[in-house]
Ligand binder design. Structure first.
Ligand SMILES: CC(C)(COP(=O)(O)OP(=O)(O)OC[C@H]1O[C@@H](n2cnc3c(N)ncnc32)[C@H](O)[C@@H]1OP(=O)(O)O)[C@@H](O)C(=O)NCCC(=O)NCCS
Length: 116
């Protein structure tokens, strides 16, 4: 059993994405970008997903990994996680499943990850 948590000011991510056009593709899968793009303020949902990725990396103790190794699926209803690459390998090694919970206010987004 392990946990991870992360918190982010939404406008920090929005500014970074505005400055670096290719950043969104490096951080987020196509499905994550499509989900956020369909919402009123995409940055809010992207920031929560960014936090989920960091929280999962903390819980798994990952050092070398890609943000796209942790994919958040769904959104209307409890989010689920699909792992790829280094994250998938580490979870298999530990024999754990990864669960996340997301939240956001107008200012901040946060996520917690649990390995069970
Ligand atoms: C859905 C619910 C958890 C959202 O809570 P909130 O305080 O409004 O919003 P938060 O910012 O804390 O959480 C939003 C995140 O919760 C997640 N979420 C959505 N539905 C969820 C659910 N049923 N269970 C767990 N997490 C959920 C999503 O990942 C969402 O992030 P996203 O918008 O970036 O995809 C809340 O409305 C609730 O308790 N619903 C349960 C009952 C229900 O479905 N009511 C609607 C009946 S009409």
């Amino acid at each position: 059993m392990a946990v991870g948590v992360d918190l982010l000011e939404i406008d920090r991510l929005e500014r970074a994405l505005a400055r670096r056009p290719r950043l969104a593709e490096r951080l987020f899968t196509e499905g994550e970008r499509a989900y956020a793009a369909g919402r009123g303020r995409p940055g809010q949902h992207l920031a929560a997903r960014f936090c989920a990725k960091e929280a999962v990396a903390k819980a798994l103790g990952l050092r070398v990994w890609s943000f796209r190794d942790v994919e958040v699926l769904g959104g209307d209803g409890p989010p689920r996680v699909r792992l790829h690459g280094a994250a998938a390998a580490r979870a298999a090694e530990l024999g754990v499943e990864v669960h996340v919970s997301l939240t956001h206010t107008r200012r901040d987004a946060a996520a917690v990850a649990i390995l069970a």
